[in-house]
Design a protein around this ligand. Structure first.
Ligand code: ZN
Length: 243
């Protein structure tokens, strides 16, 4: 089965629509989402509606959990907290109903799914080989998928060696049929790896291959929506730079 993996959509409808279009063109059979449909961006209801229509498996991210009141917003940075409060006050009850039952991890599939990490599915940013090494110790499946850092990357470990890995870009392909892997597709709605294009990942569960994708989208439209909602300016500006 071919799976499209998305993460960290963050209320960016323009980016999510562009990614879903690319996924449809690629002919993937299912879309899986690693969480954070909302927070930061100006169109949380539209993003959750798209998820309802297109996403087969969906995790909760820390922003989703903050918005529905499952975790305390005091743990967020001030900008993230302001955006989460705005989202909480703005969303349709239907959006809250979709988000409420979601969990930050799901180990019922051929690969482990975690919003942040296998050790701490809500908060840990996996950005170093040492962290990946520690995650492999508790990861239930050979291959794990994580979001949260908004950086497209892959770590792997061959038996008897230390974990290694680095960031990944559009068109990068990996054979993941052997060894341990921890892979982040990057962010749909707020990339932070210097590439402003929306990110997603194609996962072939039969051939054990993955391919990283980046898609151009209407960044200006997303920026206008953020300014119109009077969300913090920095949330609009960073989209242009992918930071
Ligand atoms: Zn996020």
């Amino acid at each position: 089965m071919s799976i499209a993996v998305v993460s960290d959509i963050h209320g960016n409808r323009q980016a999510f629509e562009a990614v879903l279009e690319a996924i449809e063109e690629a002919g993937c059979e299912q879309v899986w989402c690693l969480g954070d449909l909302v927070g930061y961006g100006a169109e949380p209801d539209a993003c959750v509606e798209l998820a309802e229509r297109h996403v087969a498996v969906c995790l909760a991210g820390n922003h989703d959990l903050g918005v529905i009141g499952a975790i305390d917003l005091a743990e967020f940075s001030s900008t993230a907290r302001r955006a989460a409060e705005w989202t909480r006050d703005t969303i349709d009850p239907r959006t809250a109903r979709y988000l409420s039952p979601l969990e930050p991890s799901d180990e019922r599939h051929a690969v482990g799914l975690y919003h942040a990490s296998p050790r701490d599915p809500v908060w840990e940013y996996v950005l170093s080989p040492l962290q990946a090494e520690l995650c492999f110790e508790v990861q239930a499946s050979r291959v794990g998928l994580v979001g949260h850092s908004h950086v497209a990357l892959a770590f792997w470990r061959v038996d008897g060696e230390l974990a290694t890995g680095h960031t990944r870009t559009d068109g990068d392909e990996l054979e993941v049929g052997a060894g341990h892997w921890l892979i982040n597709p990057g962010s749909v709605g707020q990339p932070r790896d210097g590439d402003p294009r929306a990110a997603w990942l194609e996962l072939d569960l039969d051939g054990w291959k993955v391919r990283f994708h980046r898609v151009e989208y209407d960044v200006d439209g997303a920026i206008v929506a953020i300014r119109r909602a009077r969300l913090p300016d920095s949330l609009a500006d960073r989209l242009r730079f992918g930071q």
